[in-house]
Design a binder for this molecule. Structure first.
Ligand code: ADP
Ligand code: MG
Length: 356
């Protein structure tokens, strides 16, 4: 077994590399054996939803379709940013308990997040925002809050109290919504829809680490999506996908080290108000729908290994790859044949999670 070591700042490095590509527009020749527009790849990069995104699509309409995708994502960000005073979510969060009329998209995403909160028994908690703020994750001024402060903030949390009726959302005064765990997934699904509407049948989208594949590669083979080693940032394995999303949650990219020397990640266990610390290093979910992957990757990370396995058996409709802090890998049986370890990781044991 490989000895994994934590290398802080690895996530930032990736952002810096991508930022170099931001705003550029590339036109590449993808693969031989095909002719004309079928083999032309277009790439667009943008910074949105607090992260870098890079989209590559193939074919005649790819260039125009990707521009539409970028516009649409900027539009969604404008609706959902928790920090931008002009966004719908900001308005809802600062309404002092009054109903706020929202767009169809916002209603749809909030309804979805509430349904997933219910389904995951509150592991996904779209009203966790006040707790997240106490830990400084929304301002990058991280701190370990006192126990009573966490308890006070937790008292405002509860997806059951969110009311959606005839296009308006009402929160209890003091409660706040945060779509950070599901927004990128929804945006990825929208991107795929726009590309399809424009006749694009092959694309690979990196929506801030959420990968969404449309179709296959132009040559008909599956896309190869790298699974990151949560400790070094290296490529642990490859997942071969077509028409699927691959979404990872973990505490290895957004975290801080407290004065006590402990590592605190940005995913909060709503049962305690503390960052998740249950032995999982990362959770990757694979399914046909980005928003489902996004909601579940966050929720399963909160649940921990055993609850996540039980949940998968009972719910089905997705696959997952879990990496534990002690360096074990668990892969559900539906994806095991499409997953392979890479390079120096090849000799590790892959534990297959079965239906039983
Ligand atoms: P990332 O955004 O890094 O890809 P996730 O999809 O897992 O990762 O979303 C994490 C974000 O979700 C956090 O930054 C925070 O905004 C929010 N969040 C943290 N804990 C929870 C939780 N238990 N339920 C719902 N949202 C959460
Ligand atoms: Mg998520």
């Amino acid at each position: 077994m490989k000895n994994w070591r934590l290398r802080p700042g690895q996530g930032r490095m990736r952002s810096i590399l991508l930022s170099a590509a931001c705003g550029t527009f590339l036109c590449l020749t993808a693969c031989s054996g095909q002719r004309g527009d079928e083999m032309t790849a277009y790439t667009e990069s943008l910074f949105a939803m607090d992260t870098y995104m890079t989209f590559t699509a193939y074919g005649a309409n790819a260039e125009d379709a990707l521009k539409q995708v970028c516009d649409r994502i900027a539009e969604l960000e404008g609706l959902w940013s928790a920090t931008d005073a002009g966004s719908e979510i900001y308005q809802v969060n600062h309404s002092g308990g009054q109903p706020v009329a929202v767009s169809g998209e916002t209603e749809e995403l909030v309804s979805f997040a509430l349904a997933m909160a219910e389904e995951t028994d509150g592991a996904l908690e779209p009203t966790i925002y006040p707790v997240l703020t106490a830990w400084g994750f929304t301002t990058d001024e991280n701190r370990v809050p006192a126990g009573n402060e966490i308890a006070e903030r937790l008292a405002t949390v509860g997806y059951e109290e969110v009311n959606i009726e005839s296009g308006a959302i009402t929160l209890e005064a003091g409660a706040m919504l945060d779509l950070g765990a599901v927004g990128k997934g929804y945006a990825g699904d929208e991107a795929v829809r726009i590309l399809k509407d424009n006749g694009v049948s092959s694309a690979l989208l990196d929506v801030g680490g959420n990968i969404q594949a449309l179709g296959t590669k132009p040559d008909g083979s599956r896309w190869r999506v790298g699974l990151k080693d949560p400790f070094s940032g290296g490529v642990l394995g490859v997942i071969r996908v077509a028409d699927e999303a691959v979404v990872t949650s973990g505490s290895y990219e957004r975290y801080f080290i407290g004065g006590d020397g402990k590592k605190y990640g940005h995913i909060i266990d709503p049962a305690t108000g503390y960052p998740v610390d249950n032995g999982l290093a990362s959770v990757t979910v694979i399914s046909g729908e980005g928003k489902l992957c996004d909601a579940l990757s966050t929720a399963l990370f909160v649940m921990g290994l055993e609850r996540a396995e039980d949940y998968w058996r009972q719910r089905q409709g997705f696959d997952m790859i879990l990496v534990t802090e002690d360096g074990n890998i668990y892969v559900t049986e539906g994806i095991k044949d499409q997953f392979s370890l890479q390079g120096e990781y090849r000799d590790m044991t892959v534990n297959v999670v079965e239906f039983e």
